[in-house]
Design a protein around this ligand. Structure first.
Ligand SMILES: [Zn+2]
Length: 404
């Protein structure tokens, strides 16, 4: 049996509110008890939270890299380094995300995932792969390599899905030829179909939703807004996602991809229950600013990281985010004026619900996975716990006298 852990003297962020001076107990990777008073557990290793917040761990459902590595580097070492890097910033669970690439490369990434997942002991937990592409609109490809963009090919996606069970999410443009069948098929396999890099209009989004698509990938980025065709206006994916209550959205809340009024607008319309915060981070997350590469080391694009974002060398466009999950939460509070518990929800319970893992992750309650972060008022991470294992600690000390 694993060492039991006890956290005391913390502000626990629970579904029913913040519990001051709370106490919680963990054993065998799960939360076993939560209380507003001390829990007696003489054999447990004790962690004094020193009055800081104790929160469910952050869940990042869209992340490409960090710590100098990209998942598409296709090495186990890269996967583990990215997981370790983001754990230091509060991510306890993540969906490694691919970029548009060849089928062979995708299959290789899926194989590496399975090996890395078994070796991942000190980082954010991998909770499945997110394939971003290659079935996208060329007009909205953004930083996705147009050479690999194509229409959905049933033979290809059925083969990919038959090879593995680790794909949990797939982003595609629903207006493409074959994209409705694609949405129906992947949904029937338990894969979340998400609308991305798309030029669709409202009428196409409605059909997509009827056929399984339920999430808008990085709202505002790589998608259509209002367009005019022969004097008539059409609502794009942005307006559709804001309007349709059934549609979940995710936002890159780095404060740069979306400026403050858009962060406020999304929160005002969709609310904390329908909006997930994502980093969409590339390899330079958690690294000093300067030159970097977007995408794989082999096929990637040279970019420059400055002012907290990656840009094309001529500075004409952004080329990826370098956000970390704790900054997303901090930004929603300080830039968008969202109350702290709601901002935390957008990085915890909401992404858990979108990925249908809310019975295990995303809230502090007995029976849930012991994925915990402890942070101060500015969301600086003091400690990260993944399934009951302390994978990162800054200053908080264990009570070494406790335990047997
Ligand atoms: Zn992405």
């Amino acid at each position: 049996m694993d060492q039991r852990l006890k956290i005391f003297n913390g502000k626990l962020i629970t579904p029913s509110g913040i519990v001051d001076n709370g106490c919680m107990l963990m054993a065998d990777g799960a939360i076993t008890a939560i209380s507003d008073r001390n829990i007696d557990a003489p054999d447990a290793l004790e962690i004094d939270a020193c009055g800081k917040y104790v929160s469910p761990g952050f869940i990042d459902i869209h992340v490409h890299g960090g710590g100098g590595h990209d998942f598409m580097d296709n090495t186990v070492g890269a996967f583990l380094a990215i997981a370790n890097t983001h754990a230091r910033y509060g991510t306890t669970a993540m969906l490694p995300t691919t970029l548009t690439s060849s089928k062979e490369e995708l299959l290789e990434t899926l194989r590496i995932y399975e090996t890395a997942d078994k070796q991942n002991k000190n980082g954010s937990q991998f909770i499945g792969m997110h394939l971003e592409g290659p079935y996208f609109s060329v007009k909205q490809c953004g930083a996705q390599d147009p050479r690999y963009i194509r229409d959905p090919d049933p033979e290809e996606y059925m083969e990919i899905l038959s090879n593995t069970s680790v794909i949990k999410r797939w982003s595609a443009a629903p207006e493409l030829k074959g994209a409705i069948e694609f949405g129906k098929y992947v949904t029937s396999k338990g894969v979340l179909a998400s609308i991305a890099h798309t030029d669709a209009i409202y009428e196409e989004v409605l059909i997509a939703m009827e056929n399984g698509y339920s999430l808008a990938t990085h709202l505002y980025s790589g998608m259509s807004g209002v367009t005019r065709r022969n004097a008539y206006r059409y609502a794009g994916v942005i307006e559709s996602a804001l309007l349709l209550d059934e549609m979940d959205v995710e936002i890159i809340a780095d404060g740069i991809h979306l400026p403050p009024p858009l962060l406020k607008l999304v929160y005002k319309i969709k609310g904390a229950d329908k909006t997930a915060l994502i980093t969409d981070a590339m390899r330079a997350a958690g690294m000093p600013e300067g030159e970097s590469i977007l995408g794989s080391l082999k096929n990637g694009l040279n970019v420059i990281v400055e002012d907290g974002v990656a840009k094309l060398p001529d500075r004409s466009a952004f080329a990826g985010s370098v956000a970390t999950t704790n900054r997303l939460v901090y930004n929603m509070i300080t830039i968008a004026g969202v109350p702290l518990p709601e901002a935390v929800k957008m990085a915890t319970a909401t992404p858990a619900k979108i990925m249908k893992i809310e019975n295990k992750k995303g809230t502090l309650a007995a029976g849930m996975d012991a994925d915990i972060v402890i942070f101060d008022d500015e969301i600086n991470i003091e400690m990260t716990i993944v399934k009951g294992r302390v994978v990162y600690r800054k200053t908080l000390a264990y009570n070494e006298t406790a335990g047997s």
